[in-house]
Design a protein around this ligand. Structure first.
Ligand code: ZN
Length: 143
């Protein structure tokens, strides 16, 4: 959350006119945290993000550093936007700006429109590349 708050972008966010942190705060009412093996989720009306931390293979305690901001943003978009529009867990396109489109746009902006360290921007670009594929979108190709 603190990480999200200090981010600034040289380009506007395509899904909101608000700054990222303000949008995020207004989209959800809270976050609940659990350690387990399920998936994180958020449904409209509830507007509570339910985060599931998965213990790693070595059995060490899960930590907050393991929460990716793009995952939080995906779930927050379900709170103020649509559920998935294709095959239960996918969206049709990036342009419809559902949870995957917003997550993809966030990763792309992190890679291209921030002053984050180059290695981090490269990592965001890689994540964006893999996100824009058939596991997330029914009508998009990687590019
Ligand atoms: Zn989702």
């Amino acid at each position: 959350m603190l990480y999200m708050r200090r981010l600034s972008f040289r380009e506007p966010l395509p899904w909101t006119t608000k700054p990222l942190y303000q949008w995020f705060r207004e989209a959800i009412r809270g976050i609940s945290v659990e350690v387990g093996t399920g998936n994180s989720y958020c449904l409209p009306q509830h507007t509570i993000i339910h985060l599931v931390f998965k213990p790693d293979y070595k059995g060490s305690a899960p930590t907050l550093e393991r929460v990716n901001p793009d995952g939080l943003i995906h779930e927050a978009r379900h709170a103020d936007g649509p559920l998935h529009t294709c095959e239960l867990t996918k969206d049709r396109t990036v342009a419809e700006m559902g949870a995957w489109g917003v997550q993809y746009s966030f990763l792309t902006l992190m890679a291209t429109a921030t002053d984050e360290p180059a290695a981090e921007r490269a990592s965001f670009a890689t994540n964006a590349y893999w996100l824009r594929g058939p596991n997330s979108f029914c009508e998009e190709c990687r590019r």
